[in-house]
Design a protein around this ligand. Sequence first.
Ligand code: PML
Length: 269
Amino acid sequence: MGKMLSIRMRASRQRGAEEVHISGAEGIYEEGELDRIAGKYLRRATSHPKGEPDRIVLTVERIRERPRLISSLPVATLRCSSTEEAEGHIRALLRELGISDRAAVSAFRVVRAQAAMRGACLMDAATGKRMEPDRKRGVRASRIGTGREAGRLLSSRLSHRGICTDTVREAIILASKVAFWKPVEAELCISDDSDYTTGYVASRRFGYIRIPHIKGKGSHAGGRVFFLGPGADIQKTVAYLENAPVVIGRVSGCRGECSLHEIIGDHHR
Ligand code: PML
């Protein structure tokens, strides 16, 4: 393996005193791919449906630590036709994963807040107490990518199910890094994009479970909550999520639509 780079892009627009996020992308690549990826990220930054950015930040960093090679989470989509049903499914999944009802209520409060956080919230899975050091900034899972072959295989498996978009791919890669960290019991994610109404619950036990109709159209509310088990070391968790380089080297399966029973039931056998 040659020299590795972490390449990240973030495009935003200033609205009054507020910096509004338009698009972002990141990956871990071999040095020789810098030109191609920088071009791809810049094209993405300037052609996003959310509009033209007035600030694009491209960050390129050499990765000195050898990336951990992990498997992507298996993917499935829950059959779900309303926001009420979605909430019921989320509660059931979280309960099965040992997340208390109190923490689930607290997590819903975070992801439904009108001012979405940029980073994720760290939450105690028993008490629902927020643990991230900076509540406004949250924690940003970063320094993630896929190996070339694994990237191709992931795209092909997602294409087979008709869900191969940058949004889905990147969310699976991020959720896989997060779930790999043992103190994280589960993740709940709702996009803050007002038109994107599919979210997910991710965990080592059930994989990456996509949940359609997780919110109604038109809402900018959204965010990510990482539920932490007992005794989680916050400093180590933040260091892993934000700085440890992780690359997907193996790709798990991708199922089509499943019922909640099929997902939870499969794991009881
Ligand atoms: C985001 O990054 O905005 C969240 C994306 C969630 C993707 C859910 C899916 O369609 O699998």
